[in-house]
Write a protein that binds this ligand. Structure first.
Ligand SMILES: *Cc1c(COP(=O)(O)O)cnc(C)c1O
Length: 487
């Protein structure tokens, strides 16, 4: 160690500081020395027990990580933890590591298609079909008749054509990839005309202009934010135009002085000028939402009937199936998409393919309303919602009230259109200022978590978005959360 001789009188403050540092270093070194070795920790009784559950290498790794973290903490001036504390931390680290952080929750938020909560819950038939192909082998790309190689798309194409009236169909990873694939395969280095009011962001980073740029297609925006006319499209057509694209403005509404072009007008222009018409529907609906008091959501079969060349939609929005991107339309174009290298990169797996097929079969059998959870929620009669809300409110004693409210469909469909519902509301009563937030926190911590929504300091719970078979779980979570408040 280098020495510095200081003149005591002149440099007293510096000397004091140096001595302080030396003293601090000594304490730190002492604390560091108190840290047990890896071997010592591994031979601790409780850690030896863990070998029955976890691989030895994993335990050693975690012990090392813990020691490293404690060493860093000591360097920051925190004293050395006891052996017991170290063992506690190691056990909980291993526990957290070996358990998936992805787990089921109960959605009482009042948003049926909540993207952050995994969008559509699946029917029993769909989950059963997924479980079967997941656990074993299946004829994913194997033709059982000929014994030759087959295509995964055959399992879904017929169903989709039957349902929508389209000539051909292709399923990929999600709707964003459906749009990307079609634009890349059919419009790269060409122009695609879109209304300025439809060059939108859907949420979660999906922006039409960005997807276009990725695909190499040039976006030609026409019209203004609020008004677009068919003449705007016609004037923008050039020899480089590949397609006219309609995007369903699925998550917002423009009101007031507004004019937009109908799909009829766009398809008429497309056929007059021999241009393809693409329709990004987003949600993709097969049933008439207006029958349930909602705004009419465009239906896939309507777009096909109007002669749209390609229609894109999600599998996990109003269809009510697993995450998927569906493309239906003219076989001449879909064949090109099937052969494009990007189709391989964006393909769907066997498990979701099975779930989507089972979901589509519900529509073909005419049992979608009774079987597909999303549609069961939409069509749930008000007296049932009311009865469940009262039951839930009882579990909260005098903290809750049942009030009138609205359920949102969400997931980029039916902007501004809601379903009437009954909500269990917990406001901040009397002296209890954080009651709503504390209760919401308690419900998130229960097993499984129950997720509500907070509006103006009031916790709202909507029975409509909760599966009826989950009611028992909600009731016990509510009683436990109330009991937790009193502590
Ligand atoms: C939701 C949505 C998408 C994206 O669909 P994902 O399946 O989430 O990839 C694209 N376009 C529109 C209009 C949408 O509403």
């Amino acid at each position: 160690m280098p020495f510095v001789i200081l003149d005591e009188a002149e440099n007293l403050p510096a000397l004091k500081l140096a001595l302080g540092i030396v003293e601090y270093l000594c304490i730190m070194e002492n604390e560091l020395r108190r840290l047990p070795s890896v071997d010592k920790l591994i031979s601790e009784e409780r850690i030896r027990e863990l070998r029955k559950i976890y691989a030895h290498d994993m335990i050693v790794d975690v012990v090392r990580q813990q020691l490293e973290e404690s060493r860093a903490a000591i360097m920051r001036g925190i004293s050395c933890p006891s052996s017991d504390e170290l063992v506690d931390s190691i056990c909980s680290r291993l526990q957290t590591l070996a358990q998936s952080s992805l787990r089921p929750v109960i959605n009482a938020s009042g948003v049926i298609l909540h993207t952050n909560l995994g969008r559509a819950p699946l029917s029993k038939e769909a989950t059963a079909a997924m479980g079967l192909v997941a656990a074993g082998y299946c004829n994913l790309e194997f033709d059982l008749g000929s014994g030759l190689r087959g295509s995964r798309n055959v399992h879904i194409e017929q169903l989709l054509c039957q349902l929508t009236g389209a000539e051909a169909a292709l399923v990929v990873n999600n709707n964003a990839s459906a749009v990307l694939l079609a634009l890349t395969a059919l419009a790269k280095r060409k122009e695609v005309i879109v209304s300025r009011g439809q060059a939108v962001e859907i949420g979660g980073g999906f922006r039409i202009p960005d997807v276009m740029r990725q695909s190499g297609a040039k976006l030609i925006e026409v019209g203004t934010t609020n008004c677009t006319y068919i003449d705007d499209y016609e004037q923008a057509i050039s020899p480089r135009t590949a397609a006219l694209l309609r995007v369903h403005t699925s998550n917002f509404r423009v009101e007031g002085f507004v004019h937009s072009v109908t799909l009829e007008e766009i398809t008429a222009l497309g056929s007059k000028r021999s241009l393809s018409v693409f329709d990004d529907l987003g949600s993709g609906c097969f049933l008439d939402t207006a029958a349930y008091g909602l705004a009419p959501e465009p239906m896939v079969q309507q777009s096909i009937a109007l002669g749209v060349d390609l229609v894109f939609f999600s599998g996990d929005k109003l269809v009510g199936g697993p995450q998927a991107g569906v493309i239906v339309g003219k076989s001449q174009l879909i064949d090109k998409l099937k052969r494009h290298p990007l189709a391989r990169a964006l393909r769907i797996d066997k498990v979701r393919l099975a779930g989507l097929a089972a979901t589509l079969i519900h529509y073909l059998k005419g049992e979608a309303l009774g079987k597909i959870p999303v549609w069961r929620m939409i069509s749930l009669p008000m007296d049932v919602v009311e009865r469940r809300a009262r039951l839930w409110a009882q579990a909260l004693g005098d903290l809750a009230q049942v009030i009138e409210g609205e359920t949102m469909v969400g997931g980029g469909s039916l902007p501004g259109s809601t379903l009437p519902t009954r909500l269990v509301a917990v406001g901040n009563k009397g002296g209890r200022r954080n009651l709503a937030l504390s209760l919401a926190r308690g419900l998130r911590r229960s097993e499984p978590s129950v997720i509500g929504r907070i509006n103006d300091d009031v916790l709202l719970l909507d029975p409509r978005t909760v599966l009826p078979e989950e009611d028992e779980l909600v009731l016990s979570a509510l009683s436990n959360a109330v009991a937790g408040l009193k502590q």
